[in-house]
Design a protein around this ligand. Structure first.
Ligand code: ACO
Length: 322
């Protein structure tokens, strides 16, 4: 069998940090409300002119450095984003060029906050089928550009940033003790469009702002996240006790806690970065993986379940041995 094994991880956060209390001057909100309802304390916002492909390139370079390879050693770049620089070309091809990669192929994946999970599943399929040997998987977002700054129920929840993983084909690995992606589980249900969307787009000729029915999203999140994580574990032939780390999409600490509780995994085995990053959509999981490694939480050989849900609704999970 061929397995997709992690060779490198990296992230980039824009310099500008905005604390909860910084919103108090312009919005009817407080640091206490934001912390209590979301677990968020601060977030990073991209500088003027700084784009999704700029941040993605920096995260990707960090992952290449850790892997000890160059951009031209890659076959493929898959970039998960809902906030690409331009309508086209894909942000992935811009990253390809900025990294100096002249061969292979690059494309974007759009599954909103579940984008990184969908991108990982795509990368895994390309590697397992022998179409690519080394794949860079990136999540990068500039959600600050689609915030309605007068809507206190959304604009305090999101942040900007990027994270990246290098996956490499390894032959011969076959057991669940071997490293690499062990199972993937993807879902979407377009009936839920109206609870989380951007009210503009290319074919409606506007950029639009993020709109969210927070309570409705919350209701779907815990149930669907625990179910998809369980389903991915079952496909891998593993159970809750085998999990070293849940690395969840970082939207809200209450969703993270609720999902872990439903899975019977204590919070000591959950990587949490939402307090420092806010919700960075498709970037949140690779950011959490990279920060989790830098903190010394995630170690080679650890069994990780990563899960996310977002607009669509689209949701899914990946089980991998780090
Ligand atoms: N500051 C102060 N008060 C606020 C704020 C704010 N920033 N935002 C909303 N409120 C008010 C509301 O107006 C409401 O006031 P009212 O009772 O007078 O009408 C009150 O606080 C309670 O609002 P609720 O919406 O009931 O608060 P809730 O406890 O549901 O928390 C939240 C809101 C944080 C959005 C929550 O619903 C949530 O986290 N939902 C999940 C959303 C999420 O995580 N989405 C992302 C997942 S998918 C993705 O990543 C894109």
């Amino acid at each position: 069998t061929i397995r997709a094994v992690v060779r490198g991880v990296g992230h980039y956060l824009p310099e500008r940090v905005v604390e909860n209390s910084d919103f108090e001057a312009s919005l009817d909100t407080t640091d206490e409300w934001i912390r209590a309802r979301s677990g968020i304390e601060r977030r990073h916002f991209a500088a003027e002119g700084e784009t999704t492909s700029d941040m993605a390139t920096k995260a990707a370079q960090a992952a290449l450095d850790m892997a000890g390879i160059g951009a031209n050693d890659l076959d493929t770049i898959i970039l998960a984003t809902s906030t690409a620089d331009l309508t086209f070309p894909s942000a992935a091809t811009m990253v390809q060029h900025k990294l100096g990669m002249t061969g292979g192929f690059a494309f974007d994946v759009q599954a909103v906050c579940a984008g990184f999970i969908f991108a990982l599943a795509n990368a895994n399929a390309l590697i397992a089928s022998g179409q690519a040997r080394r794949v860079m998987v990136i999540g990068s977002e500039t959600f600050s550009r689609i915030m309605d700054w007068s809507d206190r129920s959304t604009c305090v929840l999101f942040g900007d940033g990027a994270g990246a993983l290098v996956l490499e084909a390894q032959t011969g690995a076959g057991t669940t003790d071997d490293r690499g992606i062990l199972a993937t589980d993807l879902h979407s249900d377009g009936r839920h469009r109206d609870i989380l969307y951007v009210d503009g787009g290319i074919s409606t000729q506007s950029t639009g702002y993020l709109r969210m029915e927070g309570k409705e999203v919350f209701r779907h999140a815990i149930e669907k996240l625990a179910a998809t994580a369980d389903s991915a574990l079952e496909k891998a032939g593993l159970g809750h006790d085998d999990v070293d780390w849940i690395v969840p999409h970082q939207a809200n600490i209450r969703i993270i806690q609720g999902t872990a509780k439903k899975m019977g995994v204590p919070m000591e085995r959950v990587v949490v970065t939402v307090q420092d990053h806010g919700n960075t959509s498709a970037a949140s999981i690779p950011l959490a993986l990279s920060v989790g490694c830098a903190r010394g939480q995630i170690k080679p050989g650890d069994l990780i379940v990563t899960e996310a849900i977002g607009g669509g609704l689209a949701w899914g999970a990946v089980v991998l041995r780090w």
